[in-house]
Design a protein around this ligand. Structure first.
Ligand code: 13P
Length: 248
């Protein structure tokens, strides 16, 4: 059975006090153990978040990491450092990293390898742009992203990865993929994984991300291949984030 997961990606938001208050509100308001909740705050919050969720079922993710173990890379953060601070997950391949920092799937593959070596589970983001969707290239684009990002990974590695389908046109725009559009892509991704994993592709959690809100979460999460969400804007508000988690 695959895990149901709701992860909150704060992106580059919140001051210290705002962030710590948000973590407390999520910890205190969470009333289910059936959904794996993951908080992905900016780096400065990692240590405090790990302490605050210590006695809960909540896990902590970083939003990025460097592809090498250590060295002269000013401003970067390594997987080994994240692991030592208690991070269990790390987002890689977010479309904002691809768009603003020029990351491609070859680099993302290196980051995945680095994370797996340090026992951190990658949350791998993929998804097409608006132009690619309009020209009906979306399956091809996502298929190629996955092919290249997961190249050389073994079966047991693939089983540790959480996939997040985030159509770029739905991120922060208020426009959500319809449950049908999302389900179609999730089924395609699972089919792609099954080329290596066979039946075990059923055990990989595939999350949807892109303007998930309390009022659309339930319908999205009820689709057969949608195992939860990667939440941006709505994860900055404890009431909304909890409502999304509890909508399962
Ligand atoms: P929004 O929920 O703000 O659309 O962001 C989605 C996202 O990018 C999560 O990683």
């Amino acid at each position: 059975m695959r895990e149901k997961i709701v992860a909150g990606n704060w992106k580059m938001n919140l001051t210290k006090n705002e962030g710590l208050l948000l973590i407390d509100s999520v910890v205190n308001g969470l009333n289910t153990a059936d959904v794996k909740v993951i908080l992905a705050p900016p780096f400065p919050f990692i240590s405090d978040t790990v302490s605050k969720v210590e006695k809960t079922t909540i896990s902590v993710a970083a939003q990025n990491c460097h592809q090498t173990e250590s060295g002269a890379f000013t401003g970067e953060v390594s997987a080994v450092s994240l692991q030592s601070f208690g991070c269990d997950y790390c987002i890689v391949g977010h479309s904002e990293r691809r768009q603003y920092f020029g990351e491609d799937d070859k680099l993302i593959n290196e980051k995945i390898v680095q994370l797996l070596a340090k026992n951190i589970k990658p949350i791998y983001c993929c998804g097409e742009s608006l132009e690619q969707r309009q020209s009906e290239e979306h399956f091809e684009v996502v298929g190629e992203q996955i092919q290249s990002a997961f190249s050389g990974l073994k079966r047991e590695d693939l089983l540790k990865i959480v996939v997040a389908y985030e159509p770029v046109w739905a991120i922060g725009t208020g426009e959500t993929a319809t449950p049908k559009q999302a389900q179609e892509m999730h089924a395609f991704i699972r089919e792609k994984l099954s080329q290596v994993l066979r039946d075990e592709a059923e055990n990989v959690s595939i999350l949807y991300g892109g303007s998930v809100k309390p009022d659309n979460a339930k319908e999205l999460f009820s689709q057969k291949d949608i195992d939860g969400g990667l939440i941006g804007g709505a994860s900055l508000n404890a009431t909304d984030f909890l409502a999304i988690i509890h909508s399962f």
